[in-house]
Ligand binder design. Structure first.
Ligand code: ADP
Ligand code: MG
Length: 242
């Protein structure tokens, strides 16, 4: 079963169309990069997938559950790291995670084991009592990923997670999340406007002005539309470029 299915999804802010008939699906264990320039519609898609906005036209299914008809089971399978960090800087790593569990109605006893497991997976166990304010950007992102995975979702959404990170942290974060896909069967949708975050074997979705203009394995998309990812991206997203 697909972790995510998006069918004929369109969305407008008043008269401004932000997404136009978007179709794609994401199998279990797949890392997908959603690549598009600023204003392409990436965050709008994340807002619809997380039900921040209601779907106007089309359908979203998460692990087979329609987000419109069965929002609870659909959202239970979803973990999210938003573009802007939503951690409380004055709380410790562990306190931030506990707060999230309380919001999800997970008991403290059951939650404690999950916190231990996620901290170990993100290699943050030793730092659990440190204040988030004292962590660098890469570690803060790891805390956010740990938090997003606490309720054991099957699909993880990350909206431009590498913004503000130095090159080494960006690289480490990408490797880390791909490893979660390989080893845990997690499906990931990672949005970015940076070409170098896309690996040849990733599933690639290119969005431009609200339309999905290309999709498939990144190396195949590159080959089909220009040879390198850079020339493919230019052809598909820059008017008049060849
Ligand atoms: P991205 O995340 O790819 O940069 P967005 O989804 O934020 O793109 O934006 C897609 C389009 O929708 C842009 O033209 C943007 O200006 C517009 N937009 C985004 N949010 C709003 C909003 N709250 N009200 C009106 N227009 C918006
Ligand atoms: Mg955005």
């Amino acid at each position: 079963m697909n972790a995510l299915e998006v069918s004929d999804l369109s969305f407008a802010y008043g008269a401004r169309e932000a997404l136009k008939q978007v179709n794609f699906s994401l199998p279990a264990g797949q890392f997908a990069a959603l690549l598009g320039p600023n204003g392409a519609g990436k965050s709008t898609l994340i807002a619809l997938l997380t039900r921040l906005y209601d779907v106007q036209r089309g359908e979203i299914r998460i692990t087979g559950h329609s987000l419109r008809k069965s929002p609870r089971p659909a959202l239970r399978q979803l973990g999210v790291v938003f573009q802007q960090s939503t951690l409380d800087l004055d709380l410790s790593i562990e306190q931030n995670l506990r707060y999230h569990l309380a919001l999800h109605g997970i008991s403290r006893r059951q939650g404690a084991a999950r916190i231990d497991a996620e901290l170990a997976r993100q290699q943050l166990t030793e730092r659990r009592h440190e204040r988030v304010r004292d962590l660098n950007g890469g570690h803060r992102r790891r805390v956010e990923i740990a938090r997003a995975l606490l309720h054991a979702p099957r699909l993880l959404l990350l909206d431009e997670p590498s913004v503000g990170l130095d090159p080494a942290s960006r690289l480490a974060l990408g490797q880390h999340v791909r490893q979660l896909c390989r080893e845990q069967g997690l499906s990931v949708l990672w949005t970015t406007h940076l070409l170098d975050e896309v690996h040849p074997s990733d599933e690639l979705l290119i969005v431009h002005q609200g339309r999905l203009v290309a999709s498939g394995r990144a190396d195949a998309v590159s080959l089909e539309h220009g040879g390198s990812l850079g020339s493919a991206f230019n052809r598909l997203t820059v008017p008049g470029a060849c």
